[in-house]
Ligand binder design. Sequence first.
Ligand code: AMP
Ligand code: ZN
Length: 484
Amino acid sequence: MKLSLYNTLTKSVQEFTPIHDREVHMYSCGPTVYDHAHIGNLRSFLFPDILQRSLRVICGYRVKWVMNITDIDDKTIRDSAIGSPKWKFEFGTQTSDPKENVRLLTLYYEQAFKRDLELIGIKKSDFSAMPRATDYIKEMQALIVSISSQGFAYESEGSVYFNVAKWREHEQYGRLFAIDLEHFKAGVRIDADEYSREQVSDFVLWKAVKDNEPFWDFPFEGKNLKGRPGWHIECSAMGQALLGLPLDIHTGGVDLRFPHHEDEIAQSKAGYGCETAQFWCHNEFLEVEGKKMSKSLGNFYTLQDLLNKGMDPLDIRFSMVNAHYGSVFNFTEFGVESASKARKRVQEYIYACFEGNVGHDHHAEELYQLKQEFFGALCDDLHMPKAIEALFTFMKNTPAHILSNRDRPSFLELMNDINDIIAVWTIAPRPEESIPDEVKKLAEIRWNAKATRDFALADDMRKQIAALGFAIKDTKDSYSIIKE
Ligand code: AMP
Ligand code: ZN
């Protein structure tokens, strides 16, 4: 099956074919590790996770997936500086070396980030690499030298800037996002990593060191420019070093379309002479209870905040992935509760396929239809709500007890593939441990009571078992205990 995706570059849904034979090279902009990731950030990592899983499971491609860790930028430097109120003793002891302080702070948050990923079902083993920006300084410098040798960069007061006016004489600038070029003033420079589309100007590739900041030596046109890379150059250099450009797919949140991704396109074309990616895919934002997430509104959540409220990380995953990545997602507690119930219903259906009564009619046609509808919806620009709806319609019309001996393995096999993508269920019989000893004891008494034809006792036991939330299904020579 082929998958179609909305490509921000062409503003259309296009059928995806990898550049390399059956191997997808995908790069996702990762977190800036100066704090814990918030749940909006997590949405932008769940989207490429679902995408890479779909490409493997549905299309049968191998996927090389790289996500960078931004460990050097204005914020990591600010929060690790001597006297920063953000310094925590868990990071270690602050030193007199600013580079070491940045390393301590970012390592702490990188580890926290990786734990968050595991909790919400994004597997470490699915990444080919998670590079830290500071391990690729040499590659970034080489790219800046190359951009300069092509005449698209210049030095000013120890920093190096990309010359947007010159670039626009050759190539379009503003390919991903309509930017305001009317107010563009050639030669106006901007040092900040994030800026608005009204502020189009020459952006920084290399930033001159300021007092007490970490720096690297950079031999550039006969000088040593002590400083550090700008944010945009990181992704160009790491994408090239680890996957080679052009990439098949580059992902990130919609806010990264400009300036981050636009600048990546310009830099890579200027320095490497090639396109950055054939598909640019962006997830929309996550809001909380209908409002933009912000610390001042008190609706700013990390994953840990939600776990502290008693939520299950897999319910959070299910609630977030059961939405189209291209629409704003409204995260609510009610949404997680509903996701939790829905997830349990599917899990019970799976358990029921391993136990209880077996139906006589076969349902191969319905199963085939479910497969087509589920994967068909995902192939249509990852339409997850439509795919999950197909699963629930199937479960409603075809309850587990009417599935035949032939249907059950087919359903579980299909569910294995579905779960390789959604990853919130267990495709196995109900674990023994989930049945309390008390229930097992009552069930044993009931079984013996039945054998001795003490039906009053057996009935009483059944009622007590029901009160504990379980039911007994008798077979010819035995019985099974089922959670209601
Ligand atoms: P950052 O750590 O700020 O560099 O952001 C990491 C990723 O999170 C980027 O791809 C952003 O686009 C994305 N992101 C930030 N805020 C949100 C949000 N509220 N909803 C969805 N994605 C977001
Ligand atoms: Zn990036």
